[in-house]
Design a protein around this ligand. Sequence first.
Ligand code: B12
Length: 294
Amino acid sequence: MEYSLFSRNLRYYRKYNGLTQNQLGLLSRLGQVSIANYEAGRRFPNEKNLSVLAKVLNIEVSTFFTDRNIDIQQNNLSAFSIDGFIKVLIHETIDSCFEYIVSWKESLKYSLQKTYNNILISTLREVGNRWEKNELLIAEEHIISEKIRSLIILLSNKERSLKLTPVRKDLVWLGFAAPGEQHYLVLLMFAEIARNNGWEVFFVGKDIPVHDLIKALMVYKPKVVFVSIQMEELQEKLTNYLNEIDFKLKNKPLIYVGGRGCHTEYAKTVNCVDGFIKTFNQGCKILINVEEKL
Ligand code: B12
């Protein structure tokens, strides 16, 4: 009994510290094989090695034998946390970050949509809270954003390699961020959800001059356009932008606006906006149940 408690706690605190078995094996000089054996309950460390492990993991030896009150069936789930993930994002390579989020996703049997929403978006919110409280360096916020950008694409590619959805030529999606807007990660998640649901995707991202955007809309002829605005102060610029599109484009696509810089009242003030999307799941619904909308 004590042994299995030790195994679970070792695994928990290793992940909490953002370490792979290999990394813990190197730091403790016990090797990856021993760590794997300990975690699988096949072997048990002697007293000396126990204290080495506790030291590397920054805990007391007794913590290995303290029940953290976790439900045994949920044991895997508790090994992951937003806090642990943020540490991994800041300090580890993109490969370790990917390994962490894939294990987390699989332990919870999450879809791509749920992984984006429940893990990545929640992490971004927590990063925002910490940034506000000055608990994160600007550099760390940038490092995290960049890793999350890569993870959005890596997760989506992995999903597509498992389940190939043929691209439907009649479903074209285009996404862009409001002029002056630097935030585009949720927009990128929508692009990947669209791609995984058979859309042909044109992710134009940020900083696109309006004339070029109009050209892109004429050439690619999207059925649906998603616009992202996080900064309220950019609303006026976005309105001018959208009005110009409305004026110059004959066959207008369905245009949806979303993000914390936008609300229903704002969306109503712009003629060519077909809808305001409040939540990530609401946006995904449009991309998945597309036939209802077109
Ligand atoms: C990551 C991040 C950055 C990254 C962006 C990286 C990137 N490539 O996107 C970097 C480091 C570049 C950055 C820069 C800045 N940032 Co910033 N950033 C964030 C952070 C932490 C996450 C942004 C994000 O992706 N949010 C997505 C989710 C978490 O937000 P959400 O509102 O819950 O989103 C929901 C809905 O709104 C909707 N949704 C969101 N986006 C979209 C898009 C579409 C199309 C749709 C349909 C729906 C939709 O779905 C979500 C889930 O339900 C936020 C904190 C936060 N809570 O958002 C600050 C935050 C947005 N940033 C902020 C600021 C102030 C800045 C800077 C001005 C800071 C500076 N002084 O340099 C700059 C420049 C901003 C600019 N001109 O655009 C402020 C904005 C305050 C405001 N004015 O409203 C925030 C809120 C931080 C804060 N707590 O103060 N930032």
